[in-house]
Design a protein. Structure first.
Lengths: 395, 155
């Protein structure tokens, strides 16, 4: 039978991201695929070369709206390697807390998106409602729901008070209870099993050869988690289990992510209980030493890598970012072009694509909320600039 | 996994003079090799040491050439670096050893103009379709400026 090309994207209701999938189909089944990701290239690596290390942080946080905590932590850890200074342990614990909180919100978000893709809208509503508890905590701790910029070069921006820690523990109880319910649903609900088992198959050999990362590779039975293999912040002190699954399909990815939520909850509890005393930030000079540094962080979507080359100036000579979705594109192609028993139907393309949890970016304005007066308003960039010159941001 | 120094010593025993120098950081060793040994060292690490995971490939334009660095490994990582000339930036592709290298090499080709010889699918990856041919934005000679107006006569 002759083949037929179907372009999906870059703007398509079934895909949550500007990616063009050029599918080669034979009847209803996919036989070949090619990607075009050029719609999203923003030139951030080039732009970082024109900013000082301290100016670069807000930009790095905006690479991804959902993994922003991972990007922020990775950037600050990476730049700190250029200074020969010990960062306070309390800051590392606080970074871990914010990172795991952001993982919880990202995984809950993904569970909702995945449920939506398979037509299970009730679960989509449930997970996104529960995600709000986590978002509220993120806002209480950092002051913002997303693009938190909590991790700073030299430590973190704010401390966590005793009262806030208690509130966080209560939120963790809610998340744990709801996650156990989702795991029960995922394991027993026929809708999920029918639409995810055997779909988006990625064999262990393919997962290894395409160098895929994160929950994708773990759901194909490979025990690879940067938090365990290359510990950063306080991950070498906070115990956790690396969750894997042998089912190699979308179902495995649902289970791995759901069970990771429980691990995150336990890690946050442990971190709060063992939070060391001491300063949460030290002051570092504007100019780091010359040298190079490479840092890997386990973002919600997998291994995130930042590399910088410094020539001792205010600005980096070269800054390289490798996001997890780029590493998983090879895996996505392997999934979509599976042969035989696991051949992909066109109807399964959205959930297969969604299962790698591709990243979405947003936010183009600034929204201010005055909690004490209960007002909210929006400022343009010029207004903010004008006010920051005058040195006050609140009306 | 063996320690950083052990990895270097083992490679030194196999490749001898082809390895130029090395630098050790925590759980990472950077090894500088000659151009012609770049692919052989990676092949040895994948086939004989079982280090199949490629973290990424980074490319940096330096004063005297373009540095290509392949980062391999899961726990103790090895970064194999080599410098190629700016006039004729060419290096063998490692896609036949590591399938996952394809997108990284295509990205470097777009941004720095390095040709990866033997790449299975050397087409444009991250740059838009209407981007001029032969302009590589990560080169130091490329200057950033504000976007030109989309239509003529519109400031």
């Amino acid at each position: 039978m002759s083949t037929f090309d179907i372009p999906i994207g870059p703007q398509h209701p079934a895909l949550p991201e500007p990616l063009l999938l050029k599918l080669e189909v034979e009847g209803e089944t996919v036989v070949g695929v090619d990607f075009d990701v050029s719609y999203m290239h923003r030139g951030i690596e080039k732009l970082l070369e024109t900013k000082t290390y301290f100016q670069g942080l807000p930009l790095v946080e905006r690479i991804c709206g959902i993994c922003n905590a991972a990007h922020g932590v990775c950037y600050t850890l990476n730049v700190e390697k250029l200074y020969d200074k010990e960062i306070p342990l309390r800051a590392q614990y606080l970074r871990l807390i914010i990172e795991e909180l952001s993982r919880i919100h990202s995984h809950l978000l993904w569970l909702g998106v995945a449920a939506f893709e398979i037509g299970f809208n009730t679960m989509f509503m449930y997970t996104w409602r529960d995600r709000e508890h986590v978002m509220d905590m993120l806002e209480s701790i950092t002051g913002n729901r997303i693009t938190t910029e909590y991790s700073q070069i030299g430590g973190v921006r704010r401390d966590i008070s005793q009262e806030l820690a208690g509130k966080l523990l209560k939120t963790m109880d809610i998340v744990e209870e709801r996650t156990k319910y989702y795991i029960k649903v995922a394991l027993t609900e026929r809708t999920i099993a029918k639409r995810t088992q055997g779909i988006g198959y990625l064999s262990t050999a393919d997962a290894k050869s395409t160098c895929s990362v994160g929950p994708i590779v773990r759901s194909s039975g490979v025990k690879f988690d940067v938090r365990a293999s290359d510990p950063y912040t306080a991950h070498d002190e906070v115990p956790f289990n690396v969750i894997t699954s042998d089912s190699c399909d979308v179902f495995g990815r649902v289970v791995v992510r759901a069970q990771e939520l429980l691990e995150c909850v336990n890690m946050i509890r442990y971190a709060i209980k063992h939070l060391p005393q001491g300063p949460f930030r030290i002051k570092l000079p504007w100019k780091p030493n010359a040298g190079e540094a490479l840092t890997r962080v386990e973002a919600p979507r997998g291994e995130l890598l930042h590399y910088t080359l410094s020539d001792g100036n205010l600005k980096p000579y070269r800054y390289k970012v490798r996001t997890p979705t780029l590493a998983n594109l090879g895996a996505l192609r392997a999934m979509l072009t599976s042969k035989g028993r696991y051949v992909v139907n066109i109807g399964d393309v959205p959930i297969t694509y969604g299962s790698i949890d591709p990243c979405i970016c947003c936010t183009a304005r600034v929204h201010f909320i005055d909690v004490t007066k209960g007002r909210s308003w929006i400022w343009t960039l010029d207004e903010i600039r004008e006010r920051s010159k005058r040195g006050r941001l609140l009306r | 996994m063996s320690s950083e120094e052990e990895i270097f010593n083992e490679l030194k025993g196999v490749f001898g003079e082809k390895l130029i120098d090395h630098k050790v950081q925590k759980r990472r060793v950077y090894i500088r090799v000659f151009n012609d040994a770049y692919k052989d060292v990676i092949r040895y690490l994948v086939n004989n040491k079982g280090i199949y995971h490629l973290e990424t490939i980074t490319a940096t334009e330096l004063k005297d050439g373009i540095e290509i660095m392949a980062h391999l490994g899961m726990d103790t990582s090895i970064s194999i670096r080599t410098t190629i000339s700016k006039e004729e930036p060419k290096i063998p592709s490692i896609c036949d050893i590591i399938v996952g290298a394809e997108f990284y090499e295509r990205e470097i080709h777009d941004l720095l103009g390095v040709t990866f010889e033997g790449h299975p699918n050397p087409i444009r990856f991250v740059l838009p379709d209407d981007w001029p041919e032969g302009v590589h934005p990560l080169k130091k000679s490329f200057e950033t400026k504000h976007n030109a107006p989309l239509r003529e006569g519109v400031e």
